[in-house]
Design a binder for this molecule. Structure first.
Ligand code: CMP
Length: 132
């Protein structure tokens, strides 16, 4: 089924000049970028994006990190887009991600892991509402 998903290229990647590389990998999987913008995430948006992580030990650092530099927010579309994007992105911890995934190849650590990708159609729609 044709789906939309939400992806954010995070500050560690924008600051290292990896925007083009990340988009090329996503497009290389046959996913279409249907909306895109570069922005600085404010605290309200950061807290909405990461609401499910509130209370976890890494939450405060995560919110500060996502506000620490520009990000690129995108809507991607394609057959089974949520699952396909998550496959190319790889596991949260780059050290545990499959070889050939974006996070394994480009990630710096569990927080500085290049991209955020929605984990369900419902969350994709919720996250799209925050940024578009
Ligand atoms: P993301 O896909 O954006 O969703 C939540 C983010 O929290 C995750 O990527 C990581 O950047 C971060 N994260 C998850 N687990 C940890 C952890 N144990 N320590 C620090 N950051 C984490």
């Amino acid at each position: 089924m044709t789906e939309r998903t939400f992806v954010m290229i995070k500050p560690d990647a924008t600051s290292r000049g990896l925007i083009g590389k990340v988009i090329a990998r996503l497009e290389g999987e046959g996913l279409r970028v249907v909306a895109m913008k570069m922005l600085n995430v404010d605290r309200l948006a950061a807290e909405r994006l990461y609401a499910i992580h509130r209370g976890k030990p890494f939450y405060d650092g995560l919110v500060e990190y996502i506000m620490s530099g520009p990000v690129v927010a995108m809507i991607l579309e394609g057959e089974g887009a949520v699952r396909r994007v998550r496959r190319v992105v790889g596991a949260t911890d780059p050290a545990k991600a499959e070889p050939g995934t974006i996070r394994r190849d480009l990630g710096l650590g569990i927080r500085e892991n290049v991209v955020h990708a929605a984990d369900s159609v419902e969350n994709a729609e919720r996250e799209i509402q925050i940024f578009f």
